[in-house]
Design a protein around this ligand. Structure first.
Ligand SMILES: Nc1nc2c(ncn2[C@@H]2O[C@H](COP(=O)(O)OP(=O)(O)O)[C@@H](O)[C@H]2O)c(=O)[nH]1
Ligand SMILES: [Mg+2]
Length: 204
């Protein structure tokens, strides 16, 4: 008999320097659209997309970040409760790649994930359609190996490999979700047992 599993909502966030193509990447994936018109994201926003991951119906809430992205400016609430973080850079801008270390640190500091050493990061090198590259595939991969992240390259403009990193984010995010939900359930059971014991000992 097949067991019906309840739907899961995952919070996925895209962070990285302004102009690397975070909004474009998200829009290409969710709305299948791309525009060359530069439009700075105002405030934060999310788009939803439902996918099936190995029998689980998963709704991804994909959060995009504010226009003048600066470290510390995004704040704690946005980073809290994230199941997978996508670090985005532009392969034609070296400084957008080197900034990821700082973005990652800030995320871990402010988001306070339960197990930082085990938190899933996906690194995305966007604008792979352009020829004036400043960051090689090898270099990006090397850093990802160092920090234990997975690396994907693609182009929101040309619709190249946009889906893969999101599906991987959903898979990794789902693992996080299950792990921490189980941990929470564990805590809850202990509390119930303690409660029962207290009741049994009660003299009134
Ligand atoms: N050539 C190229 N340009 C892109 C690509 N993705 C985004 N852009 C452009 O880069 C600029 C910044 O994109 P945007 O999504 O607003 O970046 P954000 O600030 O990180 O959200 C815009 O002019 C986009 O049209 C891409 O894959 N290839
Ligand atoms: Mg944006």
């Amino acid at each position: 008999m097949s067991e019906r599993r309840s739907p899961v909502t995952l919070k996925i966030i895209l962070i990285g320097n302004s102009g690397v193509g975070k909004s474009s990447f998200m829009n290409r994936y969710v709305n299948h659209r791309f525009t060359n018109m530069y439009r700075a994201t105002i405030g934060t926003d999310f788009l939803s997309k439902t996918v099936n991951i190995d029998g689980d119906t998963v709704t991804m809430q994909i959060w995009d970040t504010a226009g003048t992205e600066r470290f510390q400016s995004l704040g704690t609430p946005l980073y809290r409760g994230v199941h997978c973080c996508m670090l985005v850079f532009d392969v034609t801008f070296k400084s957008s790649f080197s900034a990821l270390e700082q973005w990652r640190k800030e995320f871990l500091l402010q988001g306070e994930p339960m197990d930082p050493s085990d938190f899933p990061f996906i690194v995305v090198g966007n604008k792979s359609d352009l020829s004036n590259r400043e960051v090689s595939h090898k270099k990006a991969l090397q850093w990802c190996e160092e920090i234990g992240a997975e690396y994907f390259e693609g182009s929101a403009k040309e619709d190249l490999d946009v889906e893969k990193p999101f599906l991987r984010a959903a898979q990794n995010g789902l693992q996080q979700y299950k792990k921490h939900t189980l941990e929470n359930t564990g805590h809850f059971q202990i509390t119930c047992e303690q409660l029962r014991e207290t009741r049994n000992n009660c003299q009134c």
